[in-house]
Design a protein around this ligand. Structure first.
Ligand code: SF4
Length: 429
């Protein structure tokens, strides 16, 4: 139903019930394999083996190719074209590749078989392969599988699929154990360390992160677990955690000073800790963030921004730009709108914001050209043509690769939007 507007009544003052333009058409996004670029850095004893084609190998090499280590932690097992009769051979071949890899690399403790979208790979049952190989290499190595294919919504879904695959194997929280908090979503180590320190000062007990830096340190979960999302694209992971009895703490996302404060407040409230305690602990970092944002506001205030759907970070980022930097929103596109997870964010977006979900790229390009925004946030494939048309762009994928969460990163996050505007000004001078 291309271009259909769902006629919902917009609430006065915010976007909680705002109408959303839903589009289904050609999309311009990366596939979920891209997540390997940041996930392999995060889980330090894991290896990601893409089961795919030469195209997948090229994607992974070019996305992560700058990091050629002596001992890389990702690779592609290329499954060439074969008919169904050749599938048994493909399973044998996969076993051979995995055996060779694990014999050579005794540092690997967790191996992800990452599915992709070529038809030969879709026919392969990777969950069976993972179960078989896990049995064979236990207890030294656990073998899991997930799909990073381009058939799914967008590239951040690769992380969601990876974390959701981890959940069933997480240890169980012992009966009667003290309640714990799990922060869900891969964060830069520096951000994780800052968050750990603040949680400790606030007095939230037993805080753990999913994913952990080591496969042996993954958090225990159970009915005593509260979890809070640090990334807005983790719907399947949240569902899997809820299936284990864990309860989600509803909150906006920790982007910008305001989002970070409310995120800490929500987590603290789940443990009966008052907002005043959070305010006391976070005063200094919050003031540092606000000062950094005031400096960036000079370049950004009043500027208009258009989001193409790409990372699923669009709505929290739009909220940050409009509320903390005074920017104007033209259209906020997102690949997928999870209303429940986005409830606090939508309540912060000004009424009248144009929201869209999914993509019909040609129609959206027309709307973008008509809006002539000061800056466009989009995928790599759209950035160059739009720049050639005189529009200023920012690659959405950079926002996922950079540490942007929390107080100390708020200024850097704003800078990611200010820099392309400054560059355009210099070019025009
Ligand atoms: S998974 Fe699909 S979209 Fe991604 S690189 Fe491989 S073939 Fe391309």
């Amino acid at each position: 139903m291309n271009g259909a507007v769902i006629p919902l009544q917009a609430a006065a003052g915010d976007c909680s019930n705002a109408p959303v333009l839903r589009e289904r058409g050609q999309r311009e996004v990366f596939c979920g394999l891209t997540g390997i670029v940041w996930l392999h850095r995060k889980i330090q004893d894991a290896f990601f083996l893409v089961v795919g084609s030469r195209t997948c190998a090229h994607l992974i090499q070019s996305a992560a190719g700058v990091m050629i280590f002596a001992e890389p932690r990702f690779a592609t097992a290329i499954i060439d074209e074969r008919d169904l009769a050749g599938l048994a051979d493909a399973q044998d071949e996969l076993d051979r590749v995995v055996t060779r890899l694990l014999e050579r690399r005794s540092d690997i403790r967790m191996l992800f078989l990452v599915g992709s979208c070529p038809s030969e790979v879709i026919k392969l049952d990777l969950s069976r392969a993972a179960a078989r190989l896990s049995q064979r290499f236990a207890p030294q190595v656990r073998v899991l599988n997930y799909s990073g294919s381009g058939i799914e919504t967008t590239f951040t879904q690769g992380e969601d699929a990876c974390l959701a695959a981890l959940v069933p194997g997480l240890p169980a929280l012992a009966d009667g154990a003290e309640a714990s908090l799990v922060v869900v979503g891969a964060l830069a180590d520096i951000v994780e360390d800052q968050f750990s320190r603040l949680f400790a000062q606030i007095g939230v007990p037993r805080v753990a992160f999913l994913p952990a830096r080591l496969s042996s340190a993954m958090p225990a979960v159970g009915p005593g677990t509260h979890f809070i999302l640090a990334q807005p694209f983790l719907a399947d992971t949240a569902r899997a955690l809820e299936a284990r009895g864990a309860r989600r703490v509803a909150a906006p996302f920790p982007l910008g000073a305001e989002g970070t404060t409310r995120w800490f407040e929500a987590a603290a409230a789940a443990f009966g800790i008052a907002a005043a305690k959070v305010a006391e602990v976070t005063t200094a970092p919050r003031q540092r963030a606000q000062a950094a944002l005031a400096r960036q506001r000079i370049a950004l205030e009043g500027k208009s921004v258009f989001f193409f759907p790409d990372s699923q970070l669009e709505i929290p980022l739009a909220r940050f730009l409009v509320r903390e930097l005074g920017m104007q929103l033209t259209e906020v596109g997102t690949p997928y709108l999870h209303r429940e997870h986005m409830a606090d964010e939508l309540a912060w977006l000004p009424a009248g914001t144009s929201l869209s979900e999914g993509q019909h790229v040609d129609k959206q390009l027309d709307r973008c050209r008509a809006a002539r925004p000061d800056i466009v946030i989009c995928g790599l494939g759209l950035a160059n043509p739009l720049e050639a048309e005189g529009l200023t762009t920012k690659w959405a994928i950079e926002l996922v690769f950079s540490p942007i969460h929390g107080y100390e990163q708020a200024g850097d996050l704003a800078e990611l939007f200010a820099r392309p505007l400054r560059r355009r000004q210099l070019l025009a001078a």
